[in-house]
Design a protein around this ligand. Structure first.
Ligand SMILES: NC(=O)c1ccc[n+]([C@@H]2O[C@H](COP(=O)([O-])OP(=O)(O)OC[C@H]3O[C@@H](n4cnc5c(N)ncnc54)[C@H](OP(=O)(O)O)[C@@H]3O)[C@@H](O)[C@H]2O)c1
Length: 341
């Protein structure tokens, strides 16, 4: 029988890329997608994908579809607790063999945005998805995505014989997505738009040497594909539950390296005049991309460190980058972002 997969977030940057990658790599899989808005070309592009209309608060639908699936891939909102709980409920209903859950998290969870002395400076801590799992499971509640990771860790601990969980934890992502909805990422477009919106001044905080890991969306899809194929194969000797944690980073860059790359692109298209980055104060930093519900977003995006190594993927299948490097690949993404300013 064909393996049954249930995918959420299929119109998003990551989820749309996952859906496309899985469907085109494995036309033999039976895929169902949860969509709240159905792109006009969805059924012609993916004629064999069954659509279930609903959103992340459609708990009964999520539970039923998770129950029917062998593998659930939950994307789109890494922090949404009711949808995650509904999917877990469905996977834990009695079934002949345990189902699989791939949950999208993010390396924001290990970012040091809440420590003011770390902002704008390099943090020597590089997180491993093999050696640091106890520390990751003990992160404070104010860490990003911690609310849902706690649910996943508790589920794995209590029901490890009835469910197989993999947390996919990408760093900042770049490159064009593959789906029919959103096709660009978050950080680089937000950074470019912020520079243009604030009069064309490139900026950094502290020394600008805070460092973050990155991955191209194509390399990230390589990670998804391997973990999905292992799930379909009944585990495939991969890590699940206690070992089910996958970073995906392929490279890291300082804030200033990214700032200089974006500034050069904007200057070469006559969008800004001066490429020299300007040091800003903490108050100025906090005024960037100000969202009342997320007051320290700029500290996280532009001044924090988030350094991770994809050691599990490297150990399992020799994972390394094959897509273009961040600093060579940003032009289209940056230009597309500033068109919308
Ligand atoms: N982009 C990155 O660099 C990155 C890196 C690491 C982690 N993450 C995390 O990954 C998650 C997804 O990021 P993304 O960049 O892929 O986001 P995105 O492009 O905005 O995609 C969001 C997807 O989720 C769907 N969705 C969101 N809320 C929903 C709801 N209540 N009901 C039904 N569908 C819902 C959206 O559907 P609609 O099309 O209907 O809106 C869309 O398909 C985020 O939580 C983010 O923090 C992102």
């Amino acid at each position: 029988m064909a393996p049954k997969l249930f995918i959420t977030g299929g119109t998003g940057y990551i989820g749309g890329s996952v859906l496309h990658t899985v469907v085109t790599s494995h036309p033999e899989y039976e895929v169902t997608a949860l969509l709240r808005t159905i792109p006009a070309t969805f059924s012609t592009t993916y004629p064999n994908v069954k659509i279930v209309k609903g959103d992340y608060d459609s708990s009964a639908i999520l539970t039923e579809e998770a129950y029917k699936a062998d593998v659930v891939i939950h994307n789109g909102d890494s922090d949404h607790e009711p949808s995650l709980n509904a999917l877990i409920r469905g996977l834990l209903l009695p079934r002949p063999t345990p189902g699989y859950l791939l949950h999208l998290s993010g390396t924001g969870i290990v970012a040091d945005w809440s420590s003011i002395p770390s902002l704008g400076h390099p943090n020597p801590k590089i997180w491993s998805d093999i050696n640091d799992l106890d520390e990751i499971r003990a992160l404070p509640d104010n860490a990003f995505h911690r609310n849902t990771e706690k649910i996943l860790h508790a589920t794995a601990a209590a029901n490890g014989d009835r469910i197989n969980i993999a947390i996919i934890c990408p760093p900042d992502i770049y490159g064009k997505g593959k789906g029919l909805g959103k096709t660009w990422s978050a950080l680089a477009p937000m950074f470019a738009r912020e520079v243009v919106n604030s009069g064309g001044e490139m900026f950094y905080y502290g020394e600008g040497t805070n460092t973050r890991s990155w991955v191209h969306i194509d390399d990230l899809m390589g990670v998804y594909l391997k973990v999905v194929e292992a799930a379909v194969a009944g585990g495939g000797g991969f890590g699940w539950n206690k070992e089910g944690y996958y970073f995906a980073s392929t490279q890291e860059h300082t804030h200033l390296a990214v700032a200089n790359a974006i500034a050069s692109i904007l200057k070469s298209h006559n969008i800004i005049k001066d490429i020299t980055p300007v040091q800003i104060s903490l108050d100025q930093l906090d005024s960037k991309i100000y969202i009342p519900s997320w007051p320290y977003l700029a500290r996280y995006l532009f001044a924090s460190n988030s350094r991770t190594r994809a050691e599990r993927a490297e150990k399992l299948w020799g994972y390394k980058a094959s897509a273009p490097w961040l600093l060579e690949a940003l032009e289209e993404e940056v230009l597309d972002a500033v068109k919308k300013v």
